[in-house]
Design a protein around this ligand. Structure first.
Ligand code: AMP
Ligand code: GLY
Length: 522
C-alpha cells in the first residue's frame, strides 16, 4: 500500500470510534492486519476492545470534536473508522477528515449529509423516490392527526372499519374528528369492560352529533372499540424519522397500537425530536435480508448477504430489537436477487448521492424485504449492522485495514477482497428485560470455555470489568460467533458455545438460522 507520504508498506495508527459488539469485531479484524501500528479506541470500558487497543486520552463528544481532531493530529492517525450511527449523524467524519495542515485524513464512514440516509428516514424515502429504488409506499407526517387520518384511510379497505368511521366524516375539522374518535374508543372500551363511561366524552360526542341518543352512541362506541382492538395483519408500519436506538419502528397489530404509536412518537415524544416526523409505511411481507456494500465515492463493492433476526422471541415474535443473531452468507439471496439489488438499489442510490454532491465513503446497509414483487428497501443504515458485522468480519480473509483505507481513499477498485468459503453464525446473548428495560450487573462466566469450541469467537457488546470480574453492562451482552465449513456445523458450534456461558437472566434465541437448509454452501 501507499500512504500519503508515498512510502509503501508503512504501518499506520488507526482510531476506532464506538464501543459495542460490532466494534469489537472490527477491532479484531483490524488487529489481524500487518499494516496496524497502534489501534486507538474510544470505549475502553468494553473489555474486548480494551484488550486490543489503547484508549484515547481526550473526551469523546460531539460538542468537543476539536479535542478528537487534535488527538488525531497529535497521534498521526492514518485512518479513522466510525462504527455507530450517532457519531456519523453528528458529523464526526466531516470533522476528522480535516487535518490541521489542511490535508485530508482518510475516514471510513460518511459525513453528516450521507449519514442522513439513516438518521432521517424522510430524506431516505425522498432519495429512494428520486432514484426509483424499490421501497414500500409511505407518507411522511409532521401532524399526528394527519397521520391518523391516513392510517384510517388505509385501513378502510377493511369494511368494518369503514362503516364505523363513516359518521366521523361529517366532522370537518381534522383535530376535532380525532378527538371524537378517541372519545368513542374510550367510551366503547369502558362500556365493554364495565368501566365508567366519562361524562365529558359523552357530551363531546353529543355535541359532535354522533349517535341518535346516549344508548346509540354507546353501542356505536362499543363496536368501534372492538374494531380498535381487533388484530389486523396488514396495518401499516409506523416509523419515527430520526435515530431512536433501533426502537423507532412499530409494527402495530391493532388500530389502537397504531394510534398509540403515533401519539407516543408525536405527542408524548418518547423518542424526543426523532419522532417529530413519522412515516406511515405499507407493511411488506417476505424474508428479510441485510445486504451491505462499501461505497468510496466512485466504486461500489457489495459484501456477502447476511440475515439478521430482529424480533426478541423465537419464531419472530415479541418486540423489535437491534438484532438477536445473524448469519452470513444468507442462502435465500440468489444471484438474480444480488444483481437486482446491485443495480436497482446500490447503483441507483450511489447515482442519487452523486447528484446531490454527497461524497459517501463507508458502508451502506440496505435492510431488504424479499417480497413476491422483488426486493424492497425497508431501511438504509450508513454503518455496519450489529450483529451482521460479527459474521462478516469472521469471514473476512483480506486485510481489513487495507479495505477500509481503500474505501476512505476512493480506491476500492484497487483492492482484492476475499471472504472465506466458510459459514458464520452469530447468536446474541442478551440481558434480562432487554429490549425494554435491561437489568445489568450480573456476573458472566464461561467465555473461555465457549471459545474452546472449534471456530468460535465471543465478541463483547455490553460487558465491563468490575474489580476483575466480568459483568453485564448493556442490553445485548455478547455475540457468540462460530465459523465452520458448512452452515449446520457453524450453527451447532455457536449454540454449543452459548451453552457454556452463564449470567443471571441470560436470554437468547434458539432459532437463529433455523430455517436455513443444512446443506447451504457459500
Ligand atoms: P427499520 O429500522 O426501518 O429497519 O425497521 C426495523 C424492522 O422493522 C425491520 O428490520 C423490519 O423487520 C421491520 N419493518 C420495517 N419496515 C417494514 C415494512 N414496511 N414492512 C414490514 N416490516 C417492516
Ligand atoms: N442489526 C440491524 C442493525 O444494525 O441495524
Amino acid at each position: 500500500m501507499t500512504d500519503a507520504t508515498g512510502l509503501t508498506g508503512s504501518k499506520l495508527n488507526v482510531l476506532l470510534i464506538g464501543g459495542g459488539g460490532r466494534e469489537h469485531a472490527l477491532a479484531e479484524a483490524m488487529s489481524r492486519s500487518p499494516l496496524l501500528d497502534t489501534l486507538y479506541i474510544t470505549h475502553p470500558s468494553n473489555p474486548g476492545l480494551a484488550a486490543l487497543g489503547t484508549p484515547v486520552d481526550v473526551p469523546v463528544s460531539g460538542k468537543e470534536l476539536y479535542r478528537l481532531q487534535q488527538f488525531c493530529d497529535r497521534k498521526n492517525i492514518g485512518l479513522v473508522v466510525i462504527g455507530p450511527e450517532d457519531p456519523l449523524a453528528e458529523g464526526y467524519a466531516d470533522a476528522l477528515r480535516k487535518k490541521s495542515d489542511g490535508s485530508v485524513r482518510p475516514v471510513f464512514g460518511p459525513g453528516k449529509a450521507g449519514a442522513m440516509l439513516e438518521s432521517d428516514k424522510a430524506f431516505a424515502k425522498q432519495m429512494m423516490r428520486s432514484a426509483s429504488v424499490p421501497t414500500g409506499e409511505g407518507r411522511v407526517f409532521t401532524d399526528p392527526n394527519a397521520a391518523k387520518h391516513y392510517l384510517v384511510a388505509v385501513a378502510r379497505d377493511d369494511e368494518e372499519v369503514s362503516g364505523l368511521i363513516e359518521g366521523l366524516d361529517r366532522i370537518q375539522d381534522q383535530s376535532a374528528r380525532y378527538h371524537a374518535l378517541a372519545a368513542l374508543v374510550r367510551v366503547g372500551t369502558a362500556a365493554t369492560h364495565g368501566g365508567t363511561v366519562g361524562a365529558p366524552d359523552l357530551s363531546l360526542l353529543k355535541d359532535a352529533g354522533i349517535g341518535r341518543d346516549r344508548a346509540d352512541t354507546v353501542a356505536l362506541a362499543k363496536r368501534i372499540a372492538a374494531a380498535w382492538d381487533a388484530p389486523r395483519k396488514s396495518l401499516p408500519v409506523i416509523k419515527a424519522c430520526g435515530l431512536a436506538k433501533g426502537k423507532g419502528v412499530i409494527l402495530p397489530a391493532t388500530l389502537r397500537e397504531a394510534f398509540d404509536a403515533i401519539d407516543d412518537m408525536m405527542v408524548r415524544k418518547v423518542f424526543g425530536d426523532a419522532g417529530k416526523k413519522v412515516i406511515v409505511e405499507e407493511r411488506l411481507q417476505g424474508t428479510e435480508v441485510s445486504i451491505l456494500a462499501l461505497l468510496d465515492g466512485r466504486n461500489i463493492l457489495i459484501l456477502p448477504p447476511c440475515q439478521d433476526h430482529k424480533r426478541l422471541g423465537e419464531g419472530d415474535t415479541g418486540p423489535n430489537t437491534g438484532g438477536m443473531g445473524a448469519f452470513c452468507p444468507a442462502d435465500t439471496v440468489d444471484e438474480a436477487v444480488m444483481r437486482t439489488v446491485e443495480t436497482d438499489v446500490f447503483v441507483a442510490i450511489a447515482d442519487a448521492l452523486r447528484r446531490e454532491e454527497i461524497d459517501f465513503r463507508g458502508v451502506l446497509y440496505a435492510g431488504l424485504m424479499l417480497t413476491p414483487g422483488g426486493p424492497k428497501v425497508l431501511e438504509f443504515n450508513t454503518r455496519f449492522g450489529d450483529p451482521e458485522c460479527q459474521p462478516l468480519m469472521a469471514r473476512l480473509e483480506s486485510d481489513a485495514i487495507e479495505l477500509f483505507l481503500a474505501t476512505a481513499e476512493g480506491r476500492l477498485d484497487e483492492v482484492d477482497v476475499r471472504f472465506s468459503e466458510q459459514h458464520a453464525v452469530c447468536v446474541v446473548l442478551a440481558s434480562p428485560g432487554y429490549p425494554a428495560d435491561p437489568k445489568t450487573g450480573g456476573e458472566i462466566v464461561g467465555i473461555d470455555k465457549a471459545q474452546e469450541v472449534d471456530g468460535v469467537r465471543v465478541y463483547h457488546a455490553g460487558t465491563r470489568s468490575e474489580g476483575g470480574t466480568l459483568v453485564t453492562a448493556g442490553g445485548r451482552v455478547l455475540g457468540v460467533t462460530a465459523l465452520a465449513p458448512d452452515f449446520a456445523t457453524a450453527r451447532a458450534h455457536a449454540y454449543r458455545a452459548c451453552d457454556r456461558i452463564r449470567f443471571d437472566g441470560m436470554q437468547y434465541r434458539r432459532d437463529i438460522g433455523a430455517g436455513v437448509s443444512a446443506t447451504a454452501r457459500a
